[in-house]
Design a protein around this ligand. Structure first.
Ligand code: ZN
Length: 286
């Protein structure tokens, strides 16, 4: 009996760790050159933006907690030096999981005010994981010979998204305001709206040069043309659902009718076609 309960206790202590390791052991962090001193890291979770240079290193987002060491090693390989800043595009765990590890190593975490609010209200939030510099509308980091701007364009994917502009390198990190090639996740329960999501994408397209490189929250490194196609998809699919609502159709009717065939491939990612229709519907009814 004693041995049995000891086994259970041991198993309970080991199991979650083993599970976490199994999930992330195979993940490799791959560095993709974007422009000048800016790189994109792919691993598991949201794409990471990296600025390297004489001032040290800065990252935009940090995926999941168990990947922090690998992310650190990947950045060190690009440029051995101090990680000085972590910018969070929003609060979701696949973009902020490494915060606690990097915050504990003295990196300064910066994010829109609602990111700190949401992270601090999470059940087992750690102090080191919280942004220490917050802003409502905009902030700038003058680093590695350029101005890195963080701009909040109102509610969109959540209520705390920032678009990060590397103004010298002509690179934009969109966070989850851009799912390249897929329907987006819009977090209505964290203050996001589909209307705001589209508005933010439009504002970015008005601001950026035609030859800017774009790091999406999820999906491959992108061009301005890719972002334009994404916006066209957002507008057309939203119109289809809104017209259906105006014609008195139920959510079940709308799902049964689906979207135009040309949007089929967008539903192969994280957000399936049915869920996208439901998100547009719920956002419109909010
Ligand atoms: Zn997200």
């Amino acid at each position: 009996m004693k041995a049995c309960s000891l086994f259970l206790v041991t198993f309970a202590l080991i199991a979650p760790t083993a599970f976490a390791q199994r999930n992330f052991d195979d993940v490799e962090i791959k560095a993709i050159p974007v422009a000048k001193n800016i790189y994109m890291l792919e691993g598991s979770g949201g794409n990471i933006g990296v600025s390297i240079g004489a001032d040290g290193n800065l990252i935009v987002d940090d995926q999941f907690a168990p990947l922090a060491e690998k992310i650190d090693a990947a950045v060190q390989k690009l440029n051995p030096g101090k990680l000085k800043f972590v910018l969070n595009t929003h609060h979701h765990g696949d973009h902020t999981g490494g915060n606690a590890a990097f915050g504990a190593k003295d990196a300064t975490i910066i994010a829109q005010s609602n990111v700190r609010k949401r992270l601090s209200s999470e059940a087992n939030s750690k102090k080191e994981a919280l942004p220490v510099i917050t802003f409502d509308q905009s902030a700038s980091v003058h680093f590695n010979d350029e101005e890195i701007k963080l701009l909040h364009h109102g509610p969109g994917h959540t209520d705390g998204d920032s678009i990060i502009y590397f103004t010298g390198a002509n690179v934009v990190h969109m966070g989850d305001q851009f799912f390249n090639g897929g329907f987006p996740f819009v977090d209505l329960s964290s203050g996001g709206t589909v209307e705001g999501y589209i508005k933010t994408v439009s504002v970015v397209l008005e601001k950026i040069p035609a030859d800017a490189k774009i790091i999406p929250g999820h999906g491959k490194l992108a061009t301005v043309e890719d972002l334009k196609s994404f916006r066209a998809m957002l507008i057309e699919t939203t119109d289809i659902v809104k017209q259906g609502i105006a014609a008195g159709k139920s959510l079940a009717d709308l799902k049964a009718a689906g979207l135009a065939d040309k949007f089929k491939d967008y539903g192969n990612g994280f957000i399936k076609t049915d869920r996208w229709i439901e998100t547009i519907y719920n956002s419109a009814k909010k």
